[in-house]
Design a protein around this ligand. Structure first.
Ligand SMILES: NC(=O)c1ccc[n+]([C@@H]2O[C@H](COP(=O)([O-])OP(=O)(O)OC[C@H]3O[C@@H](n4cnc5c(N)ncnc54)[C@H](OP(=O)(O)O)[C@@H]3O)[C@@H](O)[C@H]2O)c1
Length: 333
C-alpha cells in the first residue's frame, strides 16, 4: 500500500485561504489510536462553510486542516480494544474539520470514542448518503416523536425541505406516517423530488419568510426547521397548542425575531438540535432508527456521487443553495 493518500486540505498562504486536493504522507496523520481506510465522505452545508473562499465564517480553527465533517470506512489498525480491523465505522462531527482532521481523505486517524458502528442494513455509501444531514434530520424527528406528536395529530412542517437535512426529514416523517408539508424556495423545481419522498404538499418559502404576527392561525403539530431567521419566527407563530419545533439550521439567518406569546399562550416547545457533540447513546439511537426507517430505493433518489476533486466547486454550490438532496464523496474516485 502506498504511504501517500489524497485529501482536501485547507491552508492559508500569504493571507489567502484556500482548500484544495493534495497528496499527503501517512506520517502526517494525527497521532490517534484508530486508523480508518475511508471509503466515502459527504457534503454538508457546514462543509461548504469550511471550504468555500466565499464563506462568511471560518470553520477550521487550526491550519492546515483536512476538511470533511463526516466519513465512513473500515478500521485498518486499532490500538483500542473497542475496535478491530475490518469493523465498518462512521464518524459525524466531533470537531472534524474544526479542530481535528476530517473525512475528505482516503485515510484518517481517529479517537475511538468518535466512532459509531455502521448498522448492518446500511452500506458505507448509504451511510454517507445520510451523513450528518441525515443523522441530524433523525435527531430532529426523534425530538418531535419524544414530545409525543404522533401520525394523525396534524401536519408536520419541514423548512429548507430540498436540502440535505430537510429532504431526509421529509422522507423519515412520511415513512412514519405523518402528513408532511415541505417548505421550499424551489417549489416548481423540487415538486416531483419532494412528493416522491412523501411530502403531502409544498408551500413556497415566501409564505413564511415575511414579517409575522406573534400568533397566527394554529397549523402545525410539529416543525423541523433547517432555516432559522424569519421562516422560523413565522413557523413558531403558526404551531398548534402543545406543539414542538425542532430547530437546527441557519441558512435563512441567525437572528430570531419572535415573542414570548407562542410559548406562554400555546405551551410551545422550541428544541435546539446539535449533532456535533451529541453523546454516543443519542447517535447510536439515531443511526439504529435510520437503518430501520430508510427505504433504500427512496434514499437512492436523493443523492449523487462525486469525487474528492469535485469538493471545492460543490462547496460553493451548497452555500449558494444550488444543491438538491445529498452529495456522497467517493474518496477513491
Ligand atoms: N446543528 C447541527 O448540528 C446541524 C447539523 C446539520 C446541519 N445543520 C444546519 O442545518 C442547515 C441545513 O443543512 P444542510 O446540510 O441540509 O444544507 P443544504 O443541503 O444546503 O440545505 C439547506 C436548505 O436551506 C434552504 N435555504 C438555502 N438558502 C436559504 C435562504 N437564504 N433562506 C432560506 N432558506 C434557504 C434551501 O432549501 P429550499 O431550496 O428547499 O428552500 C437549502 O436547500 C444548515 O444551516 C446547517 O448548518 C446543523
Amino acid at each position: 500500500m502506498p504511504d501517500t493518500y489524497k485529501a482536501i486540505l485547507a491552508d492559508e498562504t500569504d493571507g489567502v485561504f484556500q482548500a484544495r486536493l493534495v497528496e499527503l504522507t501517512d506520517s502526517a496523520l494525527p497521532p490517534e489510536p484508530v486508523l480508518v481506510d475511508v471509503a466515502y465522505s459527504t457534503l454538508n452545508y457546514k462543509d461548504g462553510l469550511a471550504i468555500s473562499a466565499q464563506s462568511p465564517i471560518r470553520i477550521p480553527q487550526v491550519l492546515p486542516m483536512v476538511c470533511g465533517i463526516d466519513l465512513a470506512g473500515t478500521v485498518r489498525e486499532s490500538a483500542d480494544p473497542a475496535w478491530r480491523p475490518g469493523d465498518r465505522v462512521l464518524v459525524n462531527g466531533f470537531g472534524l474539520s474544526e479542530r481535528h482532521w476530517g473525512g475528505f481523505a482516503q485515510r484518517a486517524r481517529l479517537k475511538p470514542e468518535w466512532l459509531v458502528r455502521v448498522p448492518e442494513a446500511l452500506s458505507l455509501e448509504q451511510a454517507m448518503a445520510l451523513g450528518t444531514a441525515g443523522y441530524t434530520a433523525m435527531l430532529c424527528v426523534l425530538a418531535v416523536e419524544d414530545h409525543g406528536v404522533k401520525p394523525g395529530d396534524g401536519p408536520i412542517l419541514v423548512t429548507g425541505a430540498s436540502g440535505g437535512v430537510g429532504s431526509v426529514a421529509v422522507m423519515l416523517l412520511a415513512a412514519m406516517g405523518h402528513e408532511v408539508v415541505a417548505c421550499t424556495g424551489r417549489v416548481e423545481e423540487s415538486r416531483a423530488f419532494l412528493e416522491g419522498l412523501g411530502a403531502a404538499r409544498l408551500i413556497e418559502r415566501s409564505q413564511l419568510a415575511r414579517d409575522s404576527r406573534p400568533l397566527e392561525s394554529e397549523t402545525w403539530a410539529g416543525v423541523v426547521d433547517c432555516v432559522g431567521g424569519q421562516v422560523l419566527a413565522t413557523a413558531l407563530a403558526q404551531t398548534r397548542y402543545d406543539g414542538v419545533v425542532a430547530m437546527t439550521g441557519l441558512t435563512g439567518g441567525v437572528a430570531l425575531n419572535t415573542t414570548v406569546m407562542p410559548f406562554i399562550l400555546r405551551s410551545l416547545t422550541l428544541r435546539g438540535i446539535d449533532s456535533v457533540l451529541a453523546p454516543n447513546e443519542r447517535r447510536t439511537r439515531a443511526w439504529t432508527r435510520l437503518a430501520e426507517l430508510v427505504d433504500p430505493a427512496r434514499l437512492a433518489e436523493i443523492y449523487q456521487v462525486a469525487g474528492l476533486a469535485d469538493v471545492p466547486g460543490l462547496a460553493d454550490q451548497i452555500l449558494g443553495g444550488r444543491i438538491r438532496g445529498r452529495v456522497v464523496i467517493d474518496v477513491n474516485a
